[in-house]
Write a protein that binds this ligand. Structure first.
Ligand code: PLP
Length: 955
């Protein structure tokens, strides 16, 4: 055993991150019948994939203090200028009550995606507020919550348009006034699907009858506020779909896209209180007309009813459309930006419609003053119709002006052909405006300059209040808002209350030390397109992280651009596609995917234009190697890739993984290894060494970025050297010359959450990381061992071992007692637990992943809850009560049940709410009874309830 846990050593970080103590580990080893962790690993992983040496690149483990010092030093190498670059990213004030009570509050940031609605009512309400806010701002009927960034939201909208448009055209029109990164992301997304993208001026270059849709920017990237009614009407007349990319702050003053006739609106809610973060994370939005609602990608919150008929929120419709439609999905979006959507919605709750309007009006007023002053100095803005952005032609004086701006610590946007762009925001003070004038060579006093005449076109002024729903009126005192945030958080079960044993999703500790740097201004307040010399700290952090991830994975290069796992899959498949094409084998378009794959795999494959061929699994849950060989051979000439998850989604290290990779290579295919299960490999084996060519890593699983209730995440990809030239490029880095274009709007994805993974790796050190993996595997085997007598464990390897997760199979119980997997999941809530992953990858089963972070008491508490539930099932079997009248079917139980005057159930109230003697003091009270799924889908309702209060009472 390493010295990591020796009794005399001080409590280092790793021994706090890892739940079980050395003594507990010894006891657990005994339970599973292994002599040591080493012996258990030898029985679990195939010998031919084991990495011999330790991880060394990250050095010895740092203490929390040392790690934060290292991060402080990196932060100090970033220079925070006032960025007036705009282009989709703006300064904003995060209301401090939101900063501390959401962004820095584990009750919000450690929550899981709300698939179990009963324990997610708080965040579901916050997200419903978000959807309501977006619908009101955009004037459209239904909004999702949420998308990854504005660029990908535009690309998603294009895919929706292609699906629902009446036009047979394969051409999509993109307004030249869209942000450059949006144009680049849309072009990249269109190309593999065989769609043409035409970029131009919608007033003069849009041929509505020759396109299936168009995206127009409002206001334009260079600032102009144009009336888009004519192009939208032309598109509509031609049966094409119009998408408007709109700035939500501008929409507080402007006629909403829905009123202009648009079918879809998309955009970023970053400037609603979410720091720029050098590119992310922030929530993008999409809102659509009612007729398109069944095609909206991503997650949609709806209102349903619970078992008592009371309103309750839930994820509705195509909760994750790729899981249902798989390779027929238009989108692969899974992890999105929930935490940031919650923040943006609360920004609107905090300010209310009058406050938002005042912020927008202020920003606009300052911009008018700015424009007037610039005109006095001889730099009249190009366009007189603007909201917050002006573009000025400066010709040969540009370098001098920029040099002066640098001295004032201000960044402008460099626009081609000798122009500068200046975007103001809620943080811009008169002093900043004066500094801008100084950069342009003038000593003007803000108070002396009369604002430019009306810059917002009269016919585009918003006629109605921007937010009418009462929720945006009720919490304007900080006391009220604080209590509202607390009330919502208390409704939910997150990692700060109990283990979340989610197979495939690795819900582990998100240590406080890891979270601290995220809110430092040196990481938060950098604009993604600021001059690189201002982001030296970030670049150094990226370099280290890439180096460490290279060592951990055995790959040669890492891209940090994808901002979710699914985006990583997409980027990895684009790399494979680029590689084949560069070798003159662009015809290779078959992607083999085992039947057990995560839904994002086939969805990503179709997004890069590949055809999915499903490979069978055998009865042990492994890839059926004979079937793989047969299909690889059959499609040999066209084989592009195999997508395989390792260890498998069945929770087992397949013995024949090398052979599986070899077969794929033999027929000219590349191996995409889905790295969501990397928590079972770090320090023990390296995908890049046993045959895989590319993988994504879910930093929000294995590397401690918290789930945030469904995002943010980061999905960097590692590749072998031959694929490195085909990693995603970005116009801001390479001017658009890279062989593969961008997959995200920002060059480094959600850069500002990378310090979390950075701190984790530093504080664990190579030994700690390896130890974490070993304990994760031990914990899963421990649970498998303890539950086996009660619920059969479905898959094990030939030594009887599981990897870092295990699938238990209650299906026989359904046949016997009629108890469903849902009943078990909901009954677990009464015991104070979040359910394991349900029905993935095997319908009707539960997949349990404890992670290394859970202490033995918590593992035992969970096992005992499962065993107690099994006893309750036995009571159904024994005829004590019918399943319909059992505590299983009525679960979860609430205070409403307790308070009912009558109690006519065949079990006691005590058994209902305090099963198996759970501690009364610590009871988690679920706010609603079981939520009715069918009702919610039949009666789709995706806005905050109480529409009767929607009268024009608001400001
Ligand atoms: C989580 C997961 C993904 C998708 O990752 P996101 O970050 O949610 O997009 C892909 N594959 C597997 C096996 C996963 O568990």
């Amino acid at each position: 055993m390493t010295s990591l846990h020796s009794a005399s050593a001080p409590r280092d970080f790793a021994s706090r991150h890892i739940g079980p103590s050395p003594e507990e580990i010894a006891a657990m080893l005994k339970t599973v019948g292994a002599d040591s962790l080493d012996a258990l690993m030898a029985e679990t992983l195939p010998a031919d994939i084991r990495t011999p040496g330790p991880l060394t690149s990250m050095g010895a483990a740092c203490s929390e203090v040392e790690a934060l010092e290292r991060l402080r030093a990196l932060a100090a190498r970033n220079t925070v200028f006032t960025s007036l670059i705009g282009q989709g990213y703006y300064g904003t004030h995060t209301p401090l009550v939101i900063l501390r009570n959401i962004l820095e509050n584990p009750a919000w940031y450690t929550a899981y995606t709300p698939y179990q609605p009963e324990i997610s009512q708080g965040r579901l309400e916050a997200l419903l507020n978000y959807q309501t806010m977006i619908c009101e701002l955009t004037g459209l009927d239904i909004a999702n919550a949420s998308l990854l960034d504005e660029g990908t939201a535009a690309a998603e909208a294009m895919a929706v348009a292609e699906r629902v448009s009446k036009s047979k055209s394969k051409t999509f029109f993109v307004d030249a006034e869209c942000h450059p990164q949006t144009i680049a992301v849309v072009k990249m997304r269109a190309e593999p699907l065989g769609w043409n993208v035409v970029v131009g001026d919608p007033e003069t270059e849009l041929r509505a009858d020759a396109v299936f849709g168009a995206v127009l920017q409002y206001p334009g990237t260079h600032g102009a506020v144009r009336d888009l009614r004519a192009p939208i009407a032309a598109l509509k007349a031609a049966g094409a779909i119009s998408v408007v990319a709109a700035d939500p702050l501008a929409l507080c003053l402007l006629t909403p896209p829905g009123k202009l006739g648009a079918d879809i609106a998309i955009g970023s809610t970053q400037r609603f209180g979410v720091p720029m973060g050098y590119g992310g994370p922030h929530a993008a939005y999409m809102a659509v007309r009612d007729a398109i609602k069944r095609n909206i990608p991503g997650r949609l919150i709806g209102v349903s009813i619970d078992a008592r008929g009371k309103p309750a929120y839930r994820l509705t419709l195509q909760t994750r459309e790729q899981h249902i439609r798989r390779e027929k999905a238009t989108s692969n979006i899974c992890t999105a930006q929930v935490l940031l959507a919650v923040m943006a919605s609360m920004y609107a709750v905090y300010h209310g419609p009058a406050g938002l309007r005042a912020i927008a009006a202020d920003v606009h007023q300052r911009t008018r003053v700015l424009a007037a002053g610039l005109a006095q100095l001889g730099f009249t803005p190009r366009d007189g119709r603007f909201f917050d952005t002006v573009t000025v032609d400066v010709g040969a004086q540009r370098d001098a002006i920029v040099a002066h701006a640098v001295a004032e610590k201000i960044n402008f946007r460099l626009v081609g052909d000798g122009a500068l762009g200046i975007s103001l925001d809620e943080t811009t003070t008169p002093a900043v405006v004066e500094a801008v004038w100084r950069a342009f060579g003038g000593q003007l006093a803000y108070a002396d300059v009369q604002p430019a005449a009306d810059a917002l076109p009269q016919e585009l002024l918003r006629a109605t209040p921007c937010l009418k729903h009462p929720i945006f009126q009720e919490h304007h005192s900080e006391t009220e808002l604080l209590r509202y945030l607390r009330k919502l958080a208390d409704r939910d079960l997150a990692l700060d209350r109990a283990m979340i044993p989610l197979g495939s999703c690795t819900m582990k500790l998100n240590a406080t030390a890891e979270m601290i740097p995220v809110t430092w201004p040196e990481f938060g307040n950098l604009h993604p397109f600021c001059p690189p010399e201002q982001a030296e700290g970030y670049r150094a952090l990226f370099d280290d992280l890439q180096r460490w991830l290279v060592e951990i994975t055995g790959y040669d290069a890492v891209s940090l651009q994808p901002n979710s796992g699914a985006q990583g899959e997409y980027a990895g498949l684009l790399a494979i596609r680029g590689y084949h094409a560069a070798r003159g084998e662009g015809h290779r378009n078959i992607c083999l995917i085992p039947s057990s794959a995560h839904g994002t795999n086939p969805a990503s494959a179709q997004m890069v234009g590949m055809d999915v061929v499903v490979v069978d699994c055998d009865k042990d849950g492994n890839v059926d190697v004979d079937d793989l060989r047969a299909k690889a051979e059959k499609h040999g000439a066209n084989l592009a890739a195999l997508m395989v998850t390792y260890p498998s989604t069945h929770g087992v290290f397949e013995e024949r993984i090398r052979e599986i990779c070899d077969i794929t290579h033999r027929y000219g295919g590349q191996v995409y290894m889905d790295g969501a299960n990397m928590n079972a490999q770090v320090g023990l084996s390296r995908p890049g060494e046993f045959g895989a060519d590319v993988s994504h890593l879910n930093l929000h699983k294995t590397f401690c970025i918290p789930h945030g209730g469904g995002g943010p995440g980061m999905g960097p990809i590692g590749v072998k050297a031959h694929l490195a030239p085909f990693l995603p490029g970005h116009p801001a880095l390479d001017g658009g010359t890279a062989p593969v274009g961008p997959v995200s709007a920002a060059p480094f994805g959600s850069a500002s959450i990378l310090p979390i993974s950075y701190a984790y790796i530093l504080m664990m050190g190579g030994d700690g990381l390896k130890r974490a993996t070993e304990v994760a595997i031990l914990s899963a085997n421990y649970i498998a061992e303890r539950l086996q007598p009660h619920f059969p464990v479905l898959y094990r390897n030939h030594n009887g071992r599981v990897a870092h997760e295990c699938i238990v199979d209650p299906r026989p119980l359904k046949d016997g007692a009629g108890v469903t997997v849902d009943d078990i999941a909901k009954r677990l809530i009464d015991y104070g637990f979040h359910a394991p992953t349900m029905s993935f990858p095997v319908p009707g089963t539960l997949m349990i992943e404890p992670t290394e972070s859970e202490a033995l008491v918590e593992l035992d508490r969970f096992c005992e809850a499962m065993i107690a539930i099994r006893r309750e099932i036995a009571e159904v079997e024994a005829g004590r009560f019918a399943v319909e009248h059992s505590p299983l079917r009525h679960a979860p139980h609430t205070v409403h049940d307790l308070a009912d005057a009558e109690w006519n159930r065949p079990y006691s109230r005590e058994e209902a709410v305090f099963p198996a003697g759970i501690r009364r003091e610590d009871k988690y009270w679920c706010p609603v009874n079981r939520v009715d799924n069918v009702y919610g889908d039949r009666n789709l309702m995706c806005l905050c309830p109480s529409p009767e209060e929607y009268r024009d009472s608001a400001a």
